[in-house]
Design a protein around this ligand. Structure first.
Ligand SMILES: NC(=O)C1=CN([C@@H]2O[C@H](COP(=O)(O)OP(=O)(O)OC[C@H]3O[C@@H](n4cnc5c(N)ncnc54)[C@H](O)[C@@H]3O)[C@@H](O)[C@H]2O)C=CC1
Ligand SMILES: O=C(O)C(=O)Cc1ccc(O)cc1
Length: 296
C-alpha cells in the first residue's frame, strides 16, 4: 500500500504567477498533494487553470474551495487577504494548515490571524522568487528552485505544522529561513521594495520627458535602463499593496536612501572624485559577496 500524500487535499486561492507555480509543483509530486482545488475570483482564470490541468476543480467561491482542505495557500495581492480570510475562516477544517505567499508579513498577519479559528494552524510565508509577469500562464514549477522562502510563524505555532510547510517549500526546491515578521519586512524593504520603487521612479521620469527625448530613450536604452523597465513592468496592484502595507519600513529606508543620494549629488557637484570612487568600490564588493555566496 502506498502512503497517503503529505497533504491529501490542497486549496490554492489566487492562480496567478505564484499560485499557479505552486500548483505546478504540487501537481508534479503525488506524494506531496492529492486533490488540488483552485479558487480565483476571475472565472476566466478558473477556466484557464482547468485547461492547463493545474487543478481537479476550480471555484470562484473561496469558501467552497477550502472545505475539507488540509492545506490552504493564499496567493492573492496582499490587500485582498483580509476579506478573503474572513470569507474562508468559518469553512476551514479543524487541523488544517493555512499559509500565504505575500511579500509583506506583518500586515498579512494583522489581517489574517484574527480570522483563523482555533485548531487551524497559520504559517505565513514568502518565497523570494518571482518575475514581472502575472497570471496562470506565467507560472512555472522551477520558479522557486534554489531561491529562499522565508516563513514567519507567530510564537506558539504548532512546530509540526511549520515543518509541513517547510517540507512543501523544500519539495519546490527552495531554501528555508524562519524569521520574525517585523525583521522580514525591514529586510525586504531594502532588498526588494526600495529597488522596485527606484525602478518605478526612473521609468516614470523617462515617461515624463518631452516626446522627442522619450523616443530617444526608448531607442537607445542601454542595459541599465532596460533592467529597470523589466522591474517597473511588475503588476501595479501587487506593488500598490506592498507599499501601502510596508509603509513604516519603506519610509525609513527611503529617508536613508534620500540622504545617501543627496551626499552623492554633493560629491558630483563639488567634483569629489575620491568620495565617488570610494563608494563605487564598496558597492562592487557587495556584488562580489552575493556572487560568492551563490557559488558557495
Ligand atoms: N509576483 C512576484 O514576483 C511575487 C509575488 N509574491 C506575492 O504573491 C502574491 C500573488 O502575486 P502574483 O501571483 O504575482 O499575482 P498575480 O496577479 O499573478 O495573481 C493573483 C491572482 O489572484 C486573483 N485574486 C485577486 N484577488 C482575489 C480574491 N479576493 N479572491 C480570489 N482570487 C483573487 C487574481 O484574479 C489573480 O489570478 C502577492 O501577495 C505577492 O505579494 C511573492 C513573491 C514574488
Ligand atoms: O522579478 C523580480 O526581480 C523580483 O524581485 C520578483 C519578486 C517580487 C516580489 C517579491 O516579494 C519577491 C520577488
Amino acid at each position: 500500500m502506498t502512503a497517503p500524500p503529505l497533504f491529501p487535499r490542497v486549496a490554492v486561492i489566487g492562480l496567478g504567477l505564484i499560485g499557479s507555480s505552486l500548483a505546478r509543483v504540487l501537481r508534479a509530486d503525488p506524494t506531496l498533494a492529492g486533490e488540488l482545488v483552485a479558487a480565483d475570483r476571475s472565472a476566466a482564470v478558473c477556466a484557464r487553470v482547468l485547461e492547463l490541468g493545474l487543478a481537479d476543480r476550480a471555484e470562484t467561491d473561496p469558501a467552497c474551495a477550502v472545505a475539507g482542505a488540509d492545506l490552504v495557500i493564499l496567493a492573492v495581492p496582499i490587500g485582498a487577504c483580509a476579506d478573503l480570510a474572513a470569507a474562508i475562516g468559518p469553512h476551514l477544517k479543524p487541523g488544517a494548515i493555512l499559509t500565504d505567499v505575500g511579500s509583506v508579513k506583518q500586515a498579512v498577519i494583522r489581517d489574517v490571524a484574527p480570522q483563523v479559528p482555533d485548531g487551524v494552524h497559520f504559517v505565513p510565508g514568502h518565497p523570494i522568487a518571482g518575475t514581472e509577469h502575472s497570471g496562470p500562464d506565467a507560472g512555472f514549477a522551477d520558479l522557486f528552485r534554489g531561491r529562499w522562502c522565508i516563513l514567519t510563524p507567530p510564537p506558539g505555532t504548532d512546530p509540526a505544522a511549520v515543518e509541513k510547510v517547510v517540507e512543501l517549500w523544500r519539495r519546490a526546491g527552495s531554501m528555508i529561513e524562519v524569521m520574525e515578521p517585523g525583521h522580514h519586512d525591514r529586510v525586504l524593504a531594502i532588498t526588494s521594495h526600495l529597488p522596485h520603487l527606484i525602478a518605478y521612479t526612473i521609468v516614470g521620469t523617462a515617461t515624463d520627458l518631452e516626446e522627442h527625448l522619450k523616443s530617444e530613450v526608448i531607442r537607445f536604452s542601454a542595459s541599465g535602463f532596460r533592467d529597470f523597465t523589466r522591474i517597473a513592468a511588475s503588476d501595479p496592484v501587487m506593488w500598490r499593496d506592498i507599499f501601502l502595507n510596508n509603509r513604516e519600513a519603506v519610509l525609513e529606508i527611503i529617508q536613508r536612501f534620500t540622504e545617501d543620494l543627496t551626499a552623492l549629488q554633493r560629491a558630483i557637484r563639488w567634483g569629489e572624485a575620491e568620495t565617488l570612487e570610494h563608494l563605487f568600490t564598496r558597492t562592487r564588493d557587495i556584488r562580489r559577496g552575493i556572487i560568492d555566496a551563490r557559488q558557495a
